[in-house]
Design a protein. Structure first.
Length: 184
């Protein structure tokens, strides 16, 4: 369509109004293409998340490391399930993404550690721990932003909870604790 429209322009040389309209058509065609590509990427992303969640998190961390130059460590416990229900996988992935965004924007940390692990009593845990400046706003009087609220909500939806540990100068740990059976 883009190429046909380009050809059509040649026949309209000198006709400013037609040229303008064709240019607008080309623009909206490009937008449609762009959206379609994004839908394909998102769809692919979801399947991959479901099939191999830990591997997708590893990729996310590799990109994070390349973009931030922070030291990144990643560990997966042997009890971590190999396959995760697709909606749950997406919620967990978004929790990690938001925690990393907060590390990048607010922590001033040198390193971050992410663990897909095990918690007491058949529960699974996801931990994102940084060595940054820490904050009182996580536990203190300041109203949390949308990020913390969203992470908390996603953990709740999965029947779990979100824990935050942070003190000024002591780094920050975000931990989602989730019932095993909700994830598989
Ligand atoms: N890893 C961290 N290190 C230091 N401070 C943090 C960290 N994570 C969160 N905070 C503090 O907690 C506040 C709330 O975080 P939250 O993600 O809820 O909101 P936000 O990042 O400010 O905005 P947004 O709604 O865009 O996420 C932050 O503004 C920041 O002060
Ligand atoms: Mg945030």
């Amino acid at each position: 369509m883009l190429i046909d429209l380009e050809g059509l322009k040649l026949g309209q040389l000198g006709n400013q109004r037609a040229l303008q309209e064709i240019a607008e058509l080309q623009e909206s065609t490009r937008d449609v293409l762009k959206n379609l590509r994004q839908v394909l990427i998102d769809l692919r992303g979801q399947t991959a998340l479901e099939e191999d969640f830990a591997e997708e998190v590893r990729r996310l961390l590799a990109r994070f490391k390349a973009n931030t130059q922070l030291k990144v460590e990643f560990a997966v416990s042997s009890s971590w399930p190999s396959k995760i229900r697709s909606q749950a996988a997406l919620d967990l992935y978004r929790i990690i993404e938001e925690a990393l965004t907060n590390v990048r924007l607010h922590s001033g940390a040198h390193s971050v550690e992410v663990v897909l692990g095990q918690a007491f009593d058949h529960q699974l845990s996801i931990e994102i721990k940084d060595d940054g400046r820490g904050t009182e706003s996580v536990t203190g009087p300041r109203k949390p932003g949308m990020g913390l609220l969203g992470m908390r909500e996603r953990a709740l939806i999965l029947g779990g909870r979100l824990e935050l540990e942070s003190d000024v100068g002591q780094g920050t740990t975000v931990r989602a604790i989730l019932p095993h059976e909700q994830l598989i």
